[in-house]
Design a protein around this ligand. Structure first.
Ligand SMILES: Nc1ncnc2c1ncn2[C@@H]1O[C@H](COP(=O)(O)OP(=O)(O)OP(=O)(O)O)[C@@H](O)[C@H]1O
Ligand SMILES: CCCCCCCCCCCCC/C=C/[C@@H](O)[C@H](CO)NC(=O)CCCCC
Ligand SMILES: [Ca+2]
Length: 513
């Protein structure tokens, strides 16, 4: 068993069909001897050729030992492996696998099927893989976040699982990131602080309305696929943006930070929660028809180095070379200047204008509504976010841009769309750039008085003081002037990125049977 080339082989009879089974340290393969003899050669999905199948050893969920170990006469056939080599082989592929998980279920996410999905599809897989769990069905919003932040005995667990949508994931991520910073003595109100990466991995069992984080990290929103990624102990690092208003921490974001169109869609859809996932379609059309634009200033620090560009066609896939390069750069930079020193030397780009939408996508944001996502070439773990500015344009042009999110055409190929790969950005809405704001704030004006005074001010300068909200991974932010910084690979998921469908020849070469 020590050498990859060394094969164990045997014959296995299942329902009167005879299979030849081979095992080396990386692959377990079996082929139907009868089909093979007929030389049909017909390829079927998931098989190497008709009747031939293989599975990498590291993806085997569980091994059950049969009572009857009939002695083998021929050398090379199944033999009972002495306990110590068997243990070390098993250890090699179970080392990163979780043994004890803390599971939070949102019973009200998406179509309210979280509990059912977990009980029927996920729990049996965990139990088959001998994973122990503590399960908490949440009783109110922020239950999971606060439990993780203040109560949970995290030393016991190898990971945290959330059953729900992007909002539920956000709760888990906030709980875990905040807890990690608290324990490390990091002040999250300071934008300059380097945040401490989280030790525990997060698993997502999709049961929400959009499930964009699951879809963009796994390639599907299937609960069983996600459960299998957890069981085999996959690990996918992920960037997290911190969002501040001056010296005040607001929230973290991993997918979309959107002002204007996506902020307005969310604000409207929150009033329609009772509609379930359809609320986004109704609010999307309504917001599109309202065609509001927003003025302000966006400033950003462009990403440098080998991080690619948002318009290259280098999509982030399993084992992505750009994200791996970021991991090794991080190791080197630990011994060099601190990030903030280096960033102080960089120059900020400033863009002032009228926008229909300002979006920052830290990952592709692929989801069933938009299979390639808001920024198809964004990376999960490259330490950057793609800043997309959609300037004021006609309704028809904006519709063309939106529809390109749903087909293969390039949504950035419009004169009114700009996209930049950045590591920090700021936004200030126009009305807050006026000196009058300071006077109003100092005069102690309340929300409504404040806005009506701004409107009077702006009548004089002729602009429409429209105001939107930031959509931060599906939550509305209370401030419009924000500062954002990307924290490279701050968290890890039980995932491995999106896998390309392997071509027939690759599979055959991999299995080599
Ligand atoms: N027991 C609960 N009662 C009410 N709200 C809850 C409960 N548990 C969690 N929540 C909140 O429900 C919100 C939505 O949940 P979730 O993200 O699971 O589903 P969704 O909004 O339908 O999906 P998506 O976020 O993918 O659009 C979350 O922001 C979470 O804070
Ligand atoms: C009039 C035609 C409109 C056609 C538009 C198609 C464009 C679809 C792009 C979808 C991008 C989703 C980005 C994901 C953001 C999530 O963090 C967030 C939380 O779940 N979801 C939303 O805010 C929900 C946002 C839903 C937007 C529709
Ligand atoms: Ca990124």
């Amino acid at each position: 068993m020590e050498k990859q080339s060394r094969l164990l082989c045997s014959e296995l009879c299942v329902q009167r069909r005879l299979f030849e089974v081979t095992l080396n340290c990386t692959v377990l393969a079996w082929k139907d001897i009868q089909i093979d003899k007929k030389h049909t050669g017909r390829a079927i999905y998931g098989a190497v050729k008709a009747g031939s199948h293989c599975v990498p050893v590291c993806e085997i969920i569980a091994v059950q030992e049969k009572e009857d170990d009939s002695p083998c006469k021929d050398t090379g056939k199944w033999q009972k492996v002495p306990q110590s080599p068997a243990d070390s082989c098993q250890h090699a592929f179970t080392a990163n696998r979780p043994k004890y998980l803390l599971v939070y279920i949102n019973p009200y996410g998406g179509k309210q099927r979280g509990k059912q999905i977990y009980d029927h599809k996920v729990a049996p897989i965990f139990s088959r893989a001998s994973i122990s769990t503590d399960v908490i069905v949440t009783e109110h919003a922020n239950h999971a976040r606060d439990h993780l932040k203040m109560e949970a005995d995290l030393k016991k667990y190898d990971g945290v699982v959330c059953v729900g949508g992007d909002g539920m994931f956000s709760e888990i991520m906030h709980g875990l990131v905040s807890r990690t910073q608290q324990e490390a003595g990091v002040d999250d109100n300071s934008m300059e602080e380097t945040l401490m990466p989280c030790g525990l991995r997060i698993g997502i069992i999709p049961a929400g309305s959009t499930d964009c984080i699951c879809y963009a990290t796994v390639g599907s929103n299937d609960p069983v696929t996600s459960a299998l990624h957890i069981v085999v102990g996959d690990s996918q690092p992920m960037d997290v943006c911190s969002v501040h208003n001056e010296d005040h921490f607001l929230r973290y974001s991993v997918s979309l930070l959107g002002y204007g169109f996506y902020g307005d869609v969310l604000t409207d859809s929150e009033r329609k929660r009772w509609m379930g996932p359809a609320r986004y379609d109704i609010s999307g059309v309504k917001t599109f028809l309202s065609h509001r634009y927003y003025e302000g200033t966006v400033s950003f620090l462009p990403a440098e180095g080998n991080s690619g560009t948002p318009r290259d066609k280098m999509q982030c896939r399993s084992g992505c070379s750009i994200c791996q390069q970021t991991s090794s750069d991080k190791l080197v930079s630990k011994n060099e200047d601190s990030v903030s020193d280096a960033e102080c030397r960089d120059t900020w780009t400033v863009i002032r204008g009228k926008f229909l939408a300002i979006n920052a996508a830290s990952m592709s944001c692929a989801c069933p509504r938009s299979p390639k996502g808001l920024s198809p070439s964004a990376h999960l773990a490259d330490g950057t976010t793609d800043l997309i500015l959609v300037r004021k344009c006609s309704r028809l042009n904006f519709l063309r841009h939106l529809l390109r999110h749903t087909n293969k055409d390039d949504q950035f190929d419009h004169s009114f769309v700009e996209v930049y790969r950045v590591k920090q950005f700021r936004f200030t809405p126009r009305y807050q750039e006026c000196d009058s704001e300071v006077d109003l704030r100092e005069s102690g004006a309340t929300g409504k008085q404040f806005l009506s005074q701004i409107c009077r001010e702006h009548r004089a300068c002729g602009c429409m003081p429209s105001q939107s909200n930031w959509n931060c991974d599906g939550e509305i932010l209370p401030h419009t002037a924000i500062q954002v910084r990307v924290h490279s690979q701050l968290i890890k998921l039980f995932a491995r990125g999106i896998e390309e469908q392997p071509v027939f020849e690759d599979l055959y070469a991999h299995c080599a049977i």
